[in-house]
Design a protein around this ligand. Structure first.
Ligand code: 5AD
Ligand code: SF4
Length: 603
């Protein structure tokens, strides 16, 4: 098995040219089924200063039939200029049916999808949902077709998550199932190709290829543009991988394809990566450095979504509110915004750029009937400009996700979160004063390294004190490479982690039920999503605070034209009188159809 290690964060230059050649050479000697990364081959040529003796000798080339074909491709292969071009800012995308110029060792025909059917499966966070659409957009332009039927697929791509051990285990299990699908494939059909995309490809790199020989391609989160090339290499039975992380890839020019044409809402990725380096978190290692997409391209995407009739966009990123568009020199003169009081960063202060408040302002002006949400923010970046904007714009949802992770200052320090419990609680008060009625949600980790019973009780008390409406709670899962892995001890027994997690969930539910009961008797503005999963007689939608609202599908008045009696459709705004509440859902009866700008919730 060859080693296909294209180091994280940075560029090819991180790899010594000689090392790179040796790795490529090892690939080539293995014969037709050897793993070859086309990117690796490019790097070999790219480092033209490498002594020629470092490349495979002509004698060895003749020993191996594969090498002949390969060496002739390599002879006409990419130059240093090709490499520079591909490493620079991506060019404008060709029009829909065009395919990018192939690298010299592939033909245009090899790059085309040839009507192969791709089945995409997404695991993990919303960022992965968006990445799936980006990957699909790229493949579609290359002539691939999409299928939602696994049996029909010629290519199966899993968009993976590495955040916790369990998430990775799910993928390994899935790969075992797919293995049998691949081996039972009829010879009359083209061979089935399987690819691992996203965080797990990035974290485990060639370990996946070694463990699961049936995996044909690996593409890290910044390598989706190369999917057609990787699949083209895989067509010849070789494994192919690109797990390079980029400093500037934001897929700004790739318009994600909406997977469900009837969807009322869409995700718009505004930044990628994370520089925070919380001590427990693998994300900075799998998704690389923080970088923001240019404001103009975000606005263009949101405008298109509005024209398509979508009623809600969620701005996405690992730290959305740390957004900083430095794509133009003049943006560096932009007025700087402060961190939230009592918060610090693990990195050197960054300067200039268009910040999140600017983006939010511009996005919310595009369509007054379009709800704007954002996730996931970091508590350190909530300057007053952002809070005021949320307060004053009707279409920016009054809902803030404020991941606390722990209620103990001691644990927060070990987590390197950059704030104490006191600073966090002060921020909560400030947010509640600035945005009356705001809905709050949070993430918590139970059983982090060194967490005492007292620390745990502090988290319980934070849950009681804040009374979140929505919560995401996890047991700590140690991740290699992280600071906690290197410096701290994962010393809380599994059963204690799980017991503490259960306690947090119970307290969260009790408090959320209380918080949500305060809606009973109130009227909520609900964006209708479609039929309720539990009953065909009911419809389901979400209120401004992102809580699920269930109501009977009944005829109602259309407030925009009182002569009409209508039934709610997906994408409609309706007013619903809330009659009951649980920790996760509100129930009520529909009053009328309305518009976002003409109605507000009231009690
Ligand atoms: N173990 C458990 N939970 C984690 N998270 C991130 N890393 C880990 C880990 N190693 C949680 C955090 C984060 C959310 C997305 O996932 O709460 O906010
Ligand atoms: Fe992970 Fe912390 Fe970055 Fe969130 S902010 S992605 S928890 S490192």
């Amino acid at each position: 098995m060859s080693v296909i290690l294209l180091q994280t964060v940075g560029s090819f230059s991180a790899m010594h040219p000689f090392q790179c050649v040796l790795r490529a050479r090892r690939c080539l000697r293995r014969g037709p089924l050897a793993s070859v990364s086309w990117l690796l081959l490019r790097t070999c040529r790219a480092h033209s200063s490498v002594p020629s003796s470092a490349c495979p000798s002509p004698q060895r080339q003749q020993e191996d039939g594969v090498w002949k074909d390969f060496s002739s491709r390599l002879a006409t292969g990419p130059t240093f200029q090709d490499f520079l071009r591909s490493a620079s800012v991506p060019p404008e995308q060709p029009s829909s049916s065009e395919v990018e110029d192939p690298p010299p060792y592939l033909t245009v025909d090899e790059l085309l999808g040839r009507q192969r059917r791709v089945y995409l499966e997404t695991y993990g966070c919303q960022m992965n949902v968006n990445d799936t659409e980006i990957a699909w957009s790229i493949l579609q332009k290359s002539g691939y077709l999409r299928t939602s039927n696994l049996q029909e697929a010629d290519v199966i791509l899993l968009v993976t998550c590495s955040i916790r051990e369990k998430a990775e285990q799910t993928i390994w299990n899935r790969l075992h199932q797919l293995k049998s699908l691949k081996s039972k494939r009829l010879r009359s059909r083209v061979p089935l190709r399987i690819g691992i995309l996203g965080c797990m490809a990035e974290r485990l790199k060639e370990e996946i290829l070694n463990r699961e020989k049936m995996v044909d391609i690996l593409a890290g989160p910044d390598a989706y543009r190369d999917l057609p090339q990787l699949l083209a290499v895989a067509e010849s039975g070789q494994q192919a991988a690109n797990v390079l992380l980029s400093l500037d890839e934001t897929y700004a020019d790739v318009m994600p394809v909406q997977t469900s044409p009837s969807a009322t809402s869409a995700f718009v990725s505004i930044m990628r990566g994370c520089d925070n380096m919380c001590s427990y978190c693998i994300v900075p290692f799998t998704r690389g450095r923080e970088r923001s997409r240019p404001v103009a391209s975000i606005l263009e995407e949101v405008r298109k979504l509005s024209e398509q009739g979508l009623k809600e966009v969620t701005l996405l990123g690992q730290n959305v509110n740390s957004f900083r568009d430095n794509s133009e020199v003049q943006f560096n003169n932009a007025v700087s915004t402060n961190l939230s009081r009592g918060f610090s960063t693990n990195y050197k202060a960054k300067q200039g750029g268009l910040r999140f408040a600017h983006l939010l302002d511009q996005v919310s002006r595009i369509d007054p009937e379009m709800r704007i949400r954002f996730t996931s923010p970091h508590p350190k970046d909530f300057p007053d400009e952002v809070l005021q904007l949320i307060r004053e714009r009707d279409n920016i949802c009054k809902q803030i996700h404020l991941p606390a992770q722990s209620g103990s200052s001691r644990v927060l320090e070990a987590m390197r979160r950059g704030y104490s419990r006191e600073a966090y609680v002060e921020l909560i008060h400030h947010i509640r004063e600035s945005i009356p009625g705001v809905s709050l949600s949070s993430d918590f980790i139970a059983g982090f390294c060194g967490e005492t019973e007292e620390d745990h009780l502090q988290t319980v008390s934070l849950l009681r004190e804040v009374q979140y409406n929505i919560g995401f709670l996890f047991a700590y899962s140690m991740r290699q490479k992280t600071r906690a892995y290197h410096r701290l001890k994962d010393d809380i027994p599994e059963e204690v982690k799980l017991r503490r997690l259960e306690e947090l969930i119970t307290v969260f539910r009790e408090e959320a039920t209380k918080a949500n009961k305060s809606f009973v008797g109130c009227t909520q503005l609900v964006l209708v999503e479609g039929p309720s999963k539990r009953s065909a007689a009911d419809l389901c939608g979400r209120n401004d605070g992102n809580l699920k609202v269930i109501f009977a599908d009944a005829e109602m008045e259309d407030a925009t034209d009182s002569r009409l009696r209508v039934r709610a459709q997906p994408g409609d705004y309706v007013l619903v009188k809330i009659t009951s509440a649980s920790s996760q859902t509100l129930k009520g009866h529909v009053l009328c159809k309305t518009t976002l700008k003409d109605s507000t919730a009231y009690c």
